[in-house]
Design a protein around this ligand. Sequence first.
Ligand SMILES: Nc1ncnc2c1ncn2[C@@H]1O[C@H](COP(=O)(O)OP(=O)(O)OP(=O)(O)O)[C@@H](O)[C@H]1O
Ligand SMILES: [Mg+2]
Length: 219
Amino acid sequence: MISFNRVTKIYQKDWVGLKDITFQIKQGEFIFVCGPTGAGKSTLLKLIYKDEDPTEGIIKVLDWNLGTLRKNNIPQLRRKIGVIFQDFKLLQDRTLEENVAFALEVTDIPPRDLRKKLMETLTYLRLSHKRFSYPFQLSGGEQQKVAIARALVRDPYILLADEPTGNLDAKSSQEIMNTLFDINYKGTTVLMATHDLKLVKKMKKRMIYLEEGKLTTHN
Ligand SMILES: Nc1ncnc2c1ncn2[C@@H]1O[C@H](COP(=O)(O)OP(=O)(O)OP(=O)(O)O)[C@@H](O)[C@H]1O
Ligand SMILES: [Mg+2]
């Protein structure tokens, strides 16, 4: 469902993002992408939803070869991929519910189904009681759950999480981890970038380990 074949990403001024990376991910897997700061974790995730293009190599995601994917098909690719970030990236002037509903507006779901989907998702993440709150009225853990809700309402095949627990305390981190595992259990492929090796070792999941853009451990 995701494959990288000898992928290299060099940014301008010769900054190395990734160097000759090859791996495959099957549908339904949960994978940690680990490594120190600057190792290329975010770059790897960005290449998957075509936020960046590789300098060399072939990337396949779902049924697409991203190298030959036409520009007007990129929204179609992104609709199937949910992305969450360390800093949540919520719209500050919109309520929790509006933040999540916003993600559905760009799809072609009829309004009634949209409402149903929205409610289902908020209930699943136990956010319903706060649906009229603004991001500043929510804890970090709750804000991250809103970001997850926003990704999930579109029923993504793949969920990319870039340091989703980076700004959270241990308890909220655990809650977010459990949520990601549950989402994965229901069938979504999840890739999570983190530099928290202690957390990763506890979880006994597959891991891709990067160092200075190179893949050094891969199980
Ligand atoms: N837009 C960019 N322009 C130039 N260089 C970049 C750009 N984005 C990333 N890089 C470089 O690519 C390398 C990998 O960056 P990346 O953000 O993928 O690392 P990371 O593993 O996610 O790090 P962190 O743990 O700090 O988030 C770094 O050396 C970085 O400086
Ligand atoms: Mg990063």
